[in-house]
Design a protein around this ligand. Structure first.
Ligand SMILES: *[C@@H]1O[C@H](CO)[C@@H](O)[C@H](O)[C@H]1NC(C)=O
Ligand SMILES: *[C@@H]1O[C@H](CO)[C@@H](O)[C@H](O)[C@H]1NC(C)=O
Length: 217
């Protein structure tokens, strides 16, 4: 078959359309589509979530920024960070920060330890959300190596009424043995829309946090 010029071009366009169309189709139909690579590489997937979010949550402490697994010190991350993401002001969001590596990443008997949990966040205004767990600074035990402090943002399907008791940051009560997968299922949150994480190990600020919490390690 001999194709004339324009037919040839049409054929090329069709083939290109078919290939890109197929790619879109396979992407949309596969819930395990790769998201943030570093969350897979450092095994936040599958330790905490089933699929990595596609968007990076912007997390900034006073002097440092969280960058997909970078190593920060407890001194640098002791106060609540500013968090931004591509939010729709008409929607409600839920923020989760946790450490799945207590007491050590190799032997995580505490499962996920909640550091921060805020729901019903209107748009990006975390301060207007409903606190379930107050922000608690990161204090990994001495000699326990690096812990992965993980941030996840969920988009809520509707306004929620949380059954969980408020967790104060004057104590660690209720914070261990948490599983965000179960919580997300219970409140119909789906998979997170954005995420980020840093890693940290003990430094000499940790005893101050533990003293404040009345815990000995
Ligand atoms: C968060 O943002 C506010 C307003 O821009 C700023 O005043 C504050 O210092 C920031 N805090 C941190 C931890 O970056
Ligand atoms: C404890 O939680 C409150 C309320 O969320 C917060 O303002 C404060 O910074 C937290 N304190 C510490 C030491 O992190």
């Amino acid at each position: 078959m001999v194709l004339k010029g324009t037919h040839k071009t049409n054929l090329v366009v069709l083939v290109v359309l078919a290939i890109t169309g197929w790619n879109n189709f396979t992407t949309a139909s596969n819930p395990k589509t790769p998201g943030i690579d570093e969350m897979v590489k450092e095994q936040i997937v599958p330790d905490v979530i089933d699929a990595a979010p596609k968007a990076v949550l912007d997390v900034k402490y006073e002097t440092v920024e969280v960058k997909l697994g970078n190593v920060l010190t407890p001194t640098q991350v002791k106060n609540p960070p500013n968090i931004t993401w591509n939010a729709d002001s008409n929607k409600l969001y839920l923020l989760y920060m946790a450490d799945p590596d207590g007491p050590t990443r190799k032997d995580p008997i505490f499962r996920e330890f909640i550091h921060w949990l805020v729901g019903n966040i209107p748009g990006t205004e975390i301060s207007k959300g409903k606190i379930v767990a107050e922000f608690l600074a990161s204090g990994p035990p001495k000699g326990a190596g690096l812990h992965r402090y993980t941030f996840l943002m969920y988009e809520q399907p509707n306004k929620l009424k949380f059954e969980e008791k408020l967790m104060s940051n004057r104590s660690v009560e209720g914070r261990g043995n948490f599983i965000i997968r179960n919580f997300a299922k219970k409140y119909n949150l789906g998979e997170p829309i954005a995420g980020n994480f840093f890693q940290a190990e003990w430094d000499d600020y940790v005893p101050t946090i533990h003293k404040y919490l009345n815990i000995t390690m």
